[in-house]
Design a protein around this ligand. Structure first.
Ligand SMILES: [Fe+2]
Length: 315
C-alpha cells in the first residue's frame, strides 16, 4: 500500500475555512491519528481546546493541500470585500492567512511551491493597508505576539510595505516586491547550522559565516526562480549601513538600493523590539531613540519617516 504523506496546517486557518471534506490528523510521535473525518464547522473554542492540550499543528493529507489552499483563498477574498466583517476582524483573518504561507516559506525555503499563495497573501495585506490609515496599526497589534523567525519575516514585510507607502510607493507591484523582500530577507539562515545561530561566543570565522546569510538568502530566492533586482537587493542589503560599517559588503549609502535602505531600517527596528536569545527586547520608544542616536547607520530621510510612522504605536 502506498504510504500516505501528510502536511502541517495552522490550526487557526481552519476557523475561517469553509466546511471542507478532507480529514484532519494529529501527530503523535511518528504516527498520524485521525482527529476529524470531516472538518465540520471549526470554532474558536475547538482551536483553544487543541492549543490548551499542547497541539500546535493539525495535519492534512498532502493530496488535499490544493483543496485546503483554495478554501483559504476563496474565503479570504470574501472576507476582504465583506461589509459584515469589521475592520479589525479583517486584520486578524488576513494576518492568520498570511502566516500560513509565511510559515511554509520561512521554515522550508520552498517558495516555488507556494508562490501563488504567498503572492496572494502579500497582495491581500497591501489591499488592506491601502484601505485606511488605521490598517497598519491593526496589523501591528497582532504581530507583537510573534517572537520567532516567521513573526520577524512578517513584521519586516509589513513595516517595509507601510514605510514604502509612506515614502510615496503606491504602485501595488512595487509594494509586493518590497513585501516579499521583507518576508524572505533572512531565509538564507536555513543554510546555516542551527547550533551556530544560537551560539553565544562566536569565533571570527563563525561570525563571518553568519554574516553571509544575506548572500544565502539571495541564493535561495534565485533557486526558486526569483531574480527581480529590487527583491534581491533588498534581501542582500538588509544588514548594510549608510556609513559603510554593515555587512556582507560594507557598502556606503550611495551604493545601497532604495529597497535596501528601507529593509535596513525595518529589520533593525524589529530586531531591537523582539526578544533574542541573549538580550531582552526594547520598548518601541527606546528602539526608535536608539536608532535616532545611531542615525549614521540609516538613510536619514527614511528613518525620519519611519519614526513618524511608528510614533502612533509608541504612544
Ligand atoms: Fe538578517
Amino acid at each position: 500500500m502506498e504510504k500516505i504523506q501528510y502536511t502541517p496546517i495552522i490550526i487557526e486557518s481552519l476557523i475561517f475555512g469553509k466546511n471542507s471534506d478532507y480529514p484532519l490528523y494529529i501527530k503523535s510521535g511518528e504516527n498520524f491519528i485521525l482527529y476529524r473525518s470531516k472538518a465540520l464547522v471549526f470554532s474558536q473554542n475547538d482551536a483553544l481546546r487543541l492549543k490548551n492540550n499542547g497541539v500546535d499543528n493539525l495535519y492534512i493529507e498532502l493530496k488535499d493541500k490544493e483543496k485546503y489552499d483554495n478554501d483559504i483563498l476563496e474565503h479570504i477574498e470574501t472576507i476582504i470585500k465583506s461589509n459584515d466583517t469589521n475592520f479589525e476582524e479583517k486584520a486578524v483573518k488576513i494576518y492568520i492567512y498570511s502566516k500560513v504561507y509565511a510559515e511554509y516559506v520561512v521554515t522550508t525555503g520552498n517558495l516555488r511551491e507556494n508562490q501563488e499563495n504567498v503572492k496572494k497573501s502579500i497582495e491581500t495585506t497591501i489591499e488592506y493597508l491601502l484601505m485606511s490609515e488605521f490598517a497598519f496599526m491593526n496589523l501591528l497589534n497582532l504581530s507583537s505576539y510573534d517572537y520567532n523567525e516567521v513573526g520577524h519575516g512578517m513584521n519586516v514585510s509589513i513595516y517595509s510595505m507601510a514605510l514604502a507607502n509612506r515614502l510615496g510607493f503606491s504602485n501595488k507591484i512595487s509594494l509586493y516586491e518590497i513585501g516579499l523582500s521583507g518576508l524572505t530577507h533572512d531565509i538564507g539562515k536555513l543554510k546555516i547550522p542551527k547550533e551556530l545561530l544560537s551560539k553565544n561566543d562566536l569565533s571570527e570565522r563563525e561570525a563571518h559565516e553568519i554574516q553571509k546569510h544575506p548572500i544565502y538568502s539571495k541564493e535561495i530566492l534565485t533557486a526558486n526562480g526569483i531574480d527581480n533586482d529590487n527583491i534581491i537587493n533588498g534581501v542582500l542589503e538588509h544588514h548594510e549601513a549608510s556609513d559603510g560599517t554593515g555587512y556582507p559588503f560594507g557598502k556606503m549609502e550611495e551604493d545601497i538600493s532604495t529597497y535596501g535602505k528601507i529593509l535596513i531600517i525595518t529589520n533593525s527596528f524589529d530586531s531591537l523590539t523582539r526578544n533574542r536569545l541573549y538580550r531582552l527586547k526594547l520598548s518601541v520608544p527606546d528602539a526608535l531613540n536608539l536608532m535616532e542616536q545611531n542615525s549614521n547607520l540609516y538613510n536619514k530621510a527614511f528613518l525620519k519617516e519611519f519614526i513618524l510612522l511608528m510614533s502612533k504605536k509608541a504612544l
